[in-house]
Design a protein around this ligand. Structure first.
Ligand SMILES: [Zn+2]
Ligand SMILES: [Zn+2]
Length: 177
């Protein structure tokens, strides 16, 4: 859905949209949307800026940071965003904005795509890391076994792996004697 400034200048838009998984491109493989993305918002022109405010919610699936098993996560976010027209700022101002204000967003041309706005908001709502449960044991760093469900025999075969290089060193030293 394209939010056109000419249309918004005439009247405020009330939006109630639902985007099926796959309809919004998040440009990342870190998670995938598994429920519809539901959005209720209003879009309007305020002092020549596009204002979009409302809320979204969906559910995503991402890998547990420890064991890499998929975990479903609720995502919800309220937003109140202003987009300034790109051509309204001077080069000097553009430079200053880059330095100290990353909160201000822009649109180019006749408006912006609602899905671009939503994709950004979902990305901001996604946690950096997620674990499947607080006591997730993760993967064995040697054989890759999922220690929550699989039995790993690394331990019993090689003893404490941190001591292995030291043990080898000792063997070499004895051989030389
Ligand atoms: Zn896990
Ligand atoms: Zn192992």
């Amino acid at each position: 859905m394209f939010l056109d400034v000419k249309e918004l200048a005439l009247h405020k838009l009330r939006l109630h949209q639902s985007y099926a998984p796959g309809a919004v491109d998040y440009h990342t493989h870190d998670f995938r949307q598994i429920d519809p993305l539901e959005v209720r918002a209003t879009a309007e022109m305020v002092d020549c800026q596009i204002r979009i405010s409302g809320e979204l919610h969906t559910r995503v699936e991402m890998a547990c940071a420890r064991c890499l098993e998929p975990v479903a996560e609720e995502v919800a976010r309220d937003f109140d965003l202003y987009y300034r027209p790109m051509q309204s700022i001077s080069r000097e101002e553009e430079f200053r904005l880059k330095l100290d204000d990353t909160e201000i967003a822009f649109f180019e041309g006749d408006g912006l795509f609602l899905t671009d706005v939503l994709a950004e908001q979902v990305l901001l709502a996604i946690p950096m890391k997620i674990i499947c449960r607080c006591d997730c044991k993760g993967l064995c760093p040697h054989c890759g076994a999922n220690l929550n469900s699989d039995e790993c025999r690394c331990e019993s075969h090689s003893g404490d792996s941190r001591m292995a290089p030291l043990a080898r060193l000792k063997q070499d030293w004895f051989k030389k004697q």
